[in-house]
Design a binder for this molecule. Sequence first.
Ligand code: ZN
Length: 281
Amino acid sequence: MTGGTVESVLGPGDPAPFALFNAAGNSPFLIIGDHAGSAVPRPLQSLGLQPDDLRRHIAIDIGVLGLGRALAILLKAPFLHQVYSRLVIDCNRLPTRPDAIPEISDGTPIPGNRRLTERSRTARAAAIHGPYHAAIATLLDARHAAGEETILLSLHSFTPTLDGVTRPWDVGVLHVSGRNDFALGLRDALGERSELTVGDNEPYAMDETDYTVPFHAFARNLRYAEIEVRQDLIASPSGQKAWATHLAEAVRRAAGVLSMRDRSAQETLASGQESIRRGRA
Ligand SMILES: [Zn+2]
C-alpha cells in the first residue's frame, strides 16, 4: 500500500489527478477546488478507511464540487479542481509538510498514511499534487499571455462543529489582511445580507499553512479570495445552486464586473428612474 513510484500511486483505471469543468469559460474568474474530490487511488486500498469516512469532511470539502460547477456556469468561468481526497495528499499544503499527508485527521487515524517512507510521500506528491498545481499554473500563464486578467476564487467548505464547538459563520472570506480590496469587497458584499454571518478570516485565517492562493496568486499579483462555505448549507444540489447565486452576485460586485445582462438591466433601471424623476419634475 505504500509504494514509492508514481505508477504505484495511480493504478490503471484511476482518474487523472485534476478535472477542468467549463474550460471555455472566458470571464476574468478562475475557480479552484483543492478539496473537491474524494477518490483514493486503487493501489492505496482506500487508505484502510471505511466508505463512510471517505464521505466525511476529513476526506473532502462537502458540497464544493456541486457549488463550483454551478458557480462556474453563472460566472462563465473554468473550474479546475482536485479529484483525489485531501487524505491522499492535501493540495493546499506544501507537499513536504507533515500535515500534507496526515496520520490522524480530526481524531480519526488514517491507517494508509501511517509511517510512510519519504519515497512514498514524494511519489504521492509527484502523482497528484504536482500535476494539479502545474495545471493551475499553465492556465494562469496562458491567460496572462493572452492579456486576460484572472481573479482567483479558491472554494472550500467547513464543518459546522469542530472539537464540539459550533461555528457561527455561514461563509468566510480568507485573505491576507489589508492587502486585497477584492476580498474585502466580497466580504462586504456578502455581509449586506443581514441574515448571513460572514467571517473575516474565519473560521480560518489565511496563513503560511495555505499553499494554493499564496503560491499562484501572490507570485502573479492576482486579485483573489479564498471562500469557505459551511458544508451543511451546500450539502444538497438546491443549497449549492442557491449559494452559487449568492456568491456570483457578490463576487461580481466585488470585482466591479457586470455581465451584459446585468448591464442592460441596470440601464433599464437607470432610465426608469430617469423617467420617474422627469415625470415628477
Ligand atoms: Zn478545503
